[in-house]
Design a protein around this ligand. Structure first.
Ligand code: 6PG
Length: 286
């Protein structure tokens, strides 16, 4: 992996508390230091990992996934991970089904949730569940009992409400109602999960899961909200291709832009953000 950890915001802010550049262990908010300044809080600077190509990105992201899984199980006996949809994560999921990950990660203690889902049946070609099942659950033999599927075949608002209840049940497994890792992709318009610019879900507060109508797609989606996605010590973004370069540079590289992109808004005072990009998606970073 050809990754250098360019930390644009940390580089320009000498006042940033000195932290080991290899701060890999997820921070448990229970142990994390409370923000030293009054609100508004400052997010932890994103860490950009430049990878030479999609394969190197899959390997680098797999390493981060593995570190986080082992730390979570060591800390509280389970690993709750939110999977990303779209096409970029395919490489990561496939990589996790090979060595050294297949036989060394705590799959028996791992529970999978989804960041979003298209409102289609689980066997539909557009289904994020189907993609994850083909590339990860099937090859690893993950039982359905450890996969929280968003039921895209149900009426969207009902499916969102039901998923919220299932998340509450999942959180009973761990000391705090949060995920250990959230995986996310990035759209060329800056969306992440199904939090698209200009859609109602961006303004949602109080709910963890909503049905979101996306006019641009003329489609309903199910999506975790900012509140739910940021309830984690670690988010891993993955982006490849030139079409993502502008948003990556603006959202995570400190390049001036008018309004925060949805992907940029998945943040909290305690959330470490890794941004894995290939050379094309990194091409407009400072
Ligand atoms: C979805 C995703 C969405 C995706 C981005 C990037 O359901 O489509 O959750 O947020 O991550 O659109 O998609 P690609 O990885 O296909 O570029």
């Amino acid at each position: 992996m050809d990754a250098d950890r360019t930390d644009p915001e940390r580089a320009t802010d000498p006042g940033e508390p000195a932290a080991s550049p290899d701060t890999d262990a997820p921070v448990d908010p229970a142990e994390g230091t409370a923000p030293t300044t009054a609100a508004p809080w400052e997010p932890i600077a994103p860490r950009i990992h430049r990878c030479k190509d999609a394969d190197a990105l899959a390997e680098a992201a797999a390493k981060r996934f593995a570190e986080t899984a082992r730390a979570a199980v060591a800390r509280h006996g389970h690993f709750l991970v939110v999977l990303a949809g779209g096409s970029t994560p395919r490489g990561l999921y496939t990589r996790l089904t090979g060595e050294p990950y297949r036989d060394s990660l705590p799959w028996q203690q791992t529970y999978f949730a989804f960041g979003d889902e298209r409102c289609v049946p689980p066997d539909h070609p557009d289904s994020n569940y189907r993609m994850a099942d083909e590339t990860l659950f099937g090859p690893l033999g993950i039982p359905e009992t450890r996969v929280l599927r968003m039921k895209g075949e149900q009426p969207p608002k009902e499916a969102a409400r039901r998923y919220e209840v299932r998340l509450d049940d999942l959180f009973l497994l761990v000391p705090r109602p949060q995920f250990d890792l959230v995986l996310l992709g990035i759209g060329p318009d800056g969306h992440t999960a199904s939090l698209f610019p200009g859609t109602a879900a961006l303004d949602e507060t109080g709910r963890r899961v909503v049905a979101n109508h996306v006019p641009r797609l003329d489609a309903w989606r199910l999506t975790l909200t900012f509140e739910a996605l940021a309830a984690t010590p670690r988010v891993v973004f993955m982006a490849t291709g030139e079409e993502k370069a502008r948003v990556v540079a603006e959202a995570f590289g400190g390049v001036e832009h008018a309004a925060p992109h949805p992907c940029e808004r998945v943040a909290s005072p305690h959330t470490h953000r890794d941004v894995f990009v290939d050379a094309a998606a990194a091409s407009r970073l400072p």
